[in-house]
Design a protein around this ligand. Sequence first.
Ligand code: RP5
Length: 164
Amino acid sequence: MNPIQIGVVMGSSSDWDTMQHAVAILEQFGVAHEAQVVSAHRMPDDMFRYAEAAAGRGLKAIIAGAGGAAHLPGMIAAKTVVPVLGVPVASRHLQGVDSLHSIVQMPKGVPVATFAIGAAGAANAALFAVALLANHDPALRARLEAFRAEQTAAARAMTLPPVA
Ligand code: RP5
C-alpha cells in the first residue's frame, strides 16, 4: 500500500457533495489519499492535531473544503508548512461568496491556494495536487498530460445545435 500523499478534509459531511469531486480525481489518477471531516469550529483540537501531524506523516498537500465562515483551510495552514489548497463550499444563504472570501483573503505570511466555489474548485484542487506530485513522478505527469489531451480532443469534437 502506497503511503498517503494527499489529505482531503472538510468541515462537515454536508460538504461531501462538493468535496467528493476532489476525491474522484485523486482516485482517477491513482493518488494515495485520505478523506475525513475535520471541523475548525466543532473540533478545533482535532484540526490542530491533523495539521501538526501532516508533515511527519508525509502528506504532500492538504485539500481543505469548508463553507460559510470557512476557517478550516487557513487554520490548517497556520499550523503546517504542507501546502494547503482551499475549496470554498457553496453556502445556503450567500452561495459560497462568504466561503470564498473567508479562504482567499489570508493575511501575508500564511498562504492558502484558493480555488473556485463548488465542484469545479474541488476537482481543480485535486488536479493541482496531482500537478504538484507530477513534478517528481514522470508516470503521473504522463497521466496528467493524457488527461489534458483527452479534454482538448473532447472540446475540438464539440458541435453546436442549429439556431432555434
Ligand atoms: C462549515 O459549516 C462546513 O464546512 C459546512 O460547509 C458548513 C455547514 O455545516 P453543517 O451545518 O451542514 O454541518 O463548517
